[in-house]
Design a protein around this ligand. Structure first.
Ligand SMILES: [Zn+2]
Length: 481
């Protein structure tokens, strides 16, 4: 008899897991109809979200209140919906250059407003009251920087509370005394899931509330919901979830909010192959956060073992944008074998609406413990310096590259710092120094094999010289004055 009951319990759990999987799949597949299309790039500003907040204000389903102002006087809004007893508080972009979850929040608000998924939303909104504070640091977002206008990291201001943004966050946390808090960030794209080449597309943390990293019920609940979300992400980005370090930081908001009694879930949006604007990651936020709200509302998360949290691989930081291995490199007449790790750094354009790439060698030597988003085995290839040509004819850049030319002396366009051409445009008096590659240098060179220029690396972008340029990701070249 007991055996039969257990069989039944297991079958029921399997059925409910299947049903939830089906909901998640439906959410993922129907995402486009909820996506806020006006927020399509990472560099979004306070003015971009104001019309969306005004729309919500006019919608009787939502309560919208002004809850504070940034140092430079930009309004902070709290958007609430639901009739449940449990308060859930979600805030994003306390670091101004971390916008992925802000975008996802507006997608989630559209979803909550739409007619579909009636049953699931009924469960969510009758059990929970949801409170969203998108873009906590609008002054930082204005110039796409981490810190606020005071030059302070809001996430180190939870105790001193000098910034008005910090004061607003604390005031709302205290007034809601929320059961769950979602602390929504972006992390470096160079994080990977430990000991794998997979980027940590999403990283989670059930934030610790003391140095001992004790697990009380409040923290255990956060761990359980994270395990639930991790299982969902595994369907869409297998192996691409990391566990963020749980070292206690006494000045941080997450750690203090956990201490004040809210189950604190940190979500970090990292990197994803060929997704520089993080729109796929935004979608993963949408699916996993809504699913998390559902499991919190129906309490299905409670049966998840806390130990499963520890099975999520730790975050590590071992990725490069481009990793070149086993290249032959000549210095002072002798040959060496080196690997190169390359970062494609973003430099903001004026107005902070867009950027160009200014790449650098991040490391060189034996990089066998590192990984790359893009990898090239350069065994048998020799790194050689690019040559200079003087021409005004830039109509066939491939021909220049095939002749080993990386630097072009030409009339430089005024003020611009980059070019769409895969070369470096230089001044008439430009001269090449003796060729040496070192960390920090701009990675521009050729890979030669059997006397032929086979590949070019221009500003950190690898170009196959046997294939048409238009079929390749060539990034941008630079203008060197
Ligand atoms: Zn952050």
């Amino acid at each position: 008899m007991i055996k039969k009951i257990w069989t039944l319990v297991i079958v029921l759990i399997a059925i409910s897991a299947q049903a939830q999987d089906a909901i998640t799949t439906k959410l993922y597949d129907s995402y486009e109809q909820y996506k806020e299309t006006s927020l399509g790039k990472r560099r979004i500003k306070h003015s971009d979200i104001q019309p969306l907040i005004q729309e919500l204000k006019a919608n009787p389903k939502f309560e919208v209140q002004k809850v504070g102002e940034s140092i430079e006087g930009r309004d902070l809004h709290l958007i609430s919906i639901g009739a449940g007893k449990k308060n859930i508080f979600l805030w994003s972009q306390m670091h101004g250059n971390e916008p992925t979850a802000t975008q996802a929040i507006f997608d989630i608000l559209h979803f909550l407003d739409a007619p579909e998924f009636k049953e699931e939303k009924e469960v969510i909104l009758s059990n929970l009251k949801l409170h969203f504070l998108p873009m906590l640091n609008p002054d930082g977002a204005e110039v796409f920087q981490r810190r606020n206008a005071l030059g302070v990291d809001i996430n180190r201001d939870a105790l001193r509370l000098q910034s008005p943004e910090s004061q607003a966050l604390k005031r709302i946390r205290d007034s809601l005394d929320a059961d769950f808090g979602f602390n929504l960030h972006d992390q470096s794209t160079y994080y990977n899931a430990e000991l794998t080449e997979k980027p940590a597309t999403i990283s989670y943390l059930a934030t610790a509330y003391n140095y001992e990293k004790d697990i009380n019920d409040v923290r255990a609940n956060a761990m359980k919901v994270i395990v639930y979300m991790n299982n969902i992400i595994q369907n869409y980005a297998p192996g691409q979830v990391g566990r963020y370090s749980d070292d206690f930081e006494p000045r941080a908001f997450g750690d203090n909010i956990a201490k004040w009694g809210t189950s604190l879930i940190l979500i970090e949006s990292g990197g994803y192959q060929n997704d520089p604007e993080k729109q796929e990651i935004r979608k993963l936020n949408f699916v996993s956060i809504i699913s998390a709200l559902y499991t919190i509302a129906n309490e299905s998360f409670k049966s998840i073992p806390t130990e499963d949290y520890e099975k999520i691989p730790k975050n590590d930081r071992m990725l490069f944008d481009l990793k070149i291995t086993n290249a032959s490199y000549e210095l002072l007449g002798k040959k060496y074998i080196i690997d190169l790790g390359i970062f494609r750094n973003e430099v903001d354009l004026k107005g902070h609406n867009d950027f160009y790439y200014q790449s650098s060698v991040a490391d060189q030597g034996d990089l066998s413990t590192y990984y790359g988003y893009e990898n090239f085995d350069a065994s048998g290839y020799t790194i050689v310096q690019g040559k200079i040509a003087e021409t005004e004819n830039l109509s066939n850049p491939m021909e220049l590259l095939q002749n080993g030319i990386a630097f072009v002396k030409t009339q430089l366009p005024e003020q611009k710092k980059f070019t769409d051409l895969p070369v470096l445009l230089v001044n008439k008096d430009f001269k090449l120094n003796e060729f040496r590659l070192g960390p920090g240098d701009n990675p521009t060179f050729f890979l030669k094999k059997d006397g032929k220029f086979a590949y070019a690396v221009i500003n950190g972008f690898l170009i196959d010289l046997s294939k048409p340029l238009k079929e390749q990701e060539t990034g941008n070249g630079l203008i060197v004055r």
